[in-house]
Design a protein around this ligand. Structure first.
Ligand code: PLP
Length: 355
């Protein structure tokens, strides 16, 4: 990224050497990223964030209206999917929201019932941002292609990319979203995988960059940063095993000290742990922990303290939702970090109980 800011600062569309060098850097990033998800480079569209990639995928339904007007998604998607889908209602779309079970996982038989000839788009996330629940995307994409011939299948994989192996061909998805800032790239860069057979319309129209799929001069430094973050990823399967151990250790310590109930299911991706510290409001604990340099979330970062619709959909009580904390892990976290978290949670509850 620094190199792109300091010396390789040309415009990839320019014909001179500065432009060509910038174009080479963008193409190298595209190739590396395509390889990690088993796509071809021309199937990767760089975007400004996961939200833009999700919006591009969902809004593509507008251009398929002559084939049908049904969109199927889940009640626990990120707002960049949910609100985009809802916005299409005023254009005559019917939006079906699949409900999760108490583990936060949607039911394939509900999807099967909802799919019909009028369905033009199905969007199901791979990993939920608030609970880590893993959705059955491969089976859902299979069902979609079998039962709704006019439908494209989109998957928001923002919480999964760089945390678990993703093979877009094996998953059978037509489109997939990822975001840089979940894997240690800076905020403001992401991509949409769009398979060659998926014809969608761009959200941004103009100079025809990104193969005409996303106009606007590419942000070369951020694309290079995403390249760096992806190239730096460890063996994801191996890292998952290491992370699972830390996740289980966290749960064990929380339960051993009677600190919390666990909202995430044991089948979740071990990078997001949702807990309820019963009797204490999330915000109070969040700010106490913040004073100890421990940064957790009270729900999804995007909802800024609004009550969690994800936990509500999972059937959690208001009490559990009011005291919910989301602990997000990175591959750089250690057992020592968890010990500090547990110690400070014990201190917090003691102090707050007195108060
Ligand atoms: N989808 C999910 C599941 C997310 O967790 C997020 C962000 O947290 C997004 C989409 C939006 O990504 P971005 O912040 O890059 O717009």
């Amino acid at each position: 990224m620094n190199n792109a800011l300091e010396s390789n600062w040309g415009n990839p569309s320019s014909l001179h050497i500065l432009g060509m060098n910038a174009e080479i850097a963008v193409n190298e990033a595209r190739e590396c990223i395509a390889k990690t998800v088993n796509a071809s480079p021309k199937e990767i569209i760089f975007t400004s964030c996961g939200t833009e990639a999700n919006n591009t995928a969902i809004m593509s339904a507008l251009h398929r209206k002559n084939r049908g007007n049904r969109i199927i998604t889940t009640a626990i998607e990120h707002p960049s999917v949910l609100k985009a889908a809802e916005s299409l209602k005023e254009f005559g779309f019917e939006v079906v929201l699949l409900k999760p079970d108490s583990n936060g996982v949607i039911s394939l038989s509900e999807l099967e019932k909802a799919l019909n000839d009028k369905t033009v788009l199905v969007s199901i996330m791979l990993v939920n941002n608030e609970t880590g629940a893993i959705e059955p995307v491969k089976r859902a994409a299979e069902l979609t292609h079998k039962l709704a011939k006019n439908a494209f299948f989109h998957c928001d994989a923002v919480q999964a990319f760089g945390k678990m192996p993703i093979n877009v061909k094996a998953l059978g998805v037509d489109m997939l979203t990822a975001s840089g800032h979940k894997i240690h790239a800076p905020k403001g860069v992401g991509f949409l995988y769009c398979s060659e057979r998926t014809h969608i319309a761009p959200l941004l129209i103009g100079g025809g960059q990104e193969n005409g799929m996303r106009s606007g001069t590419e942000c070369v430094p951020l694309i290079c940063a995403l390249h760096g973050a992806v190239a730096d990823l460890p063996d994801l399967q191996n890292q998952l095993d290491i992370q699972r151990e830390l996740y289980d250790y966290t749960i064990e310590k929380l339960l051993e000290n009677n600190l919390a109930t666990i909202n995430s299911s044991t089948e979740s991706l071990p990078y997001v742990l949702n807990i309820s510290v019963n009797g204490y409001r999330s915000e109070t604990l969040l700010h106490f922990l913040e004073s100890k340099n421990i940064f957790v979330s009270s729900g999804s970062a995007c909802s800024k303290g609004n009550v969690s619709y994800v936990l509500k959909e999972m059937g959690k009580s208001n009490k559990e939702i009011d005291s919910a904390l989301r602990i997000s892990f990175s591959r750089f976290n250690t057992k020592q970090d968890i010990d500090t978290l547990v110690t400070e949670l014990i201190n917090a509850t003691k102090k707050l109980r007195k108060a």
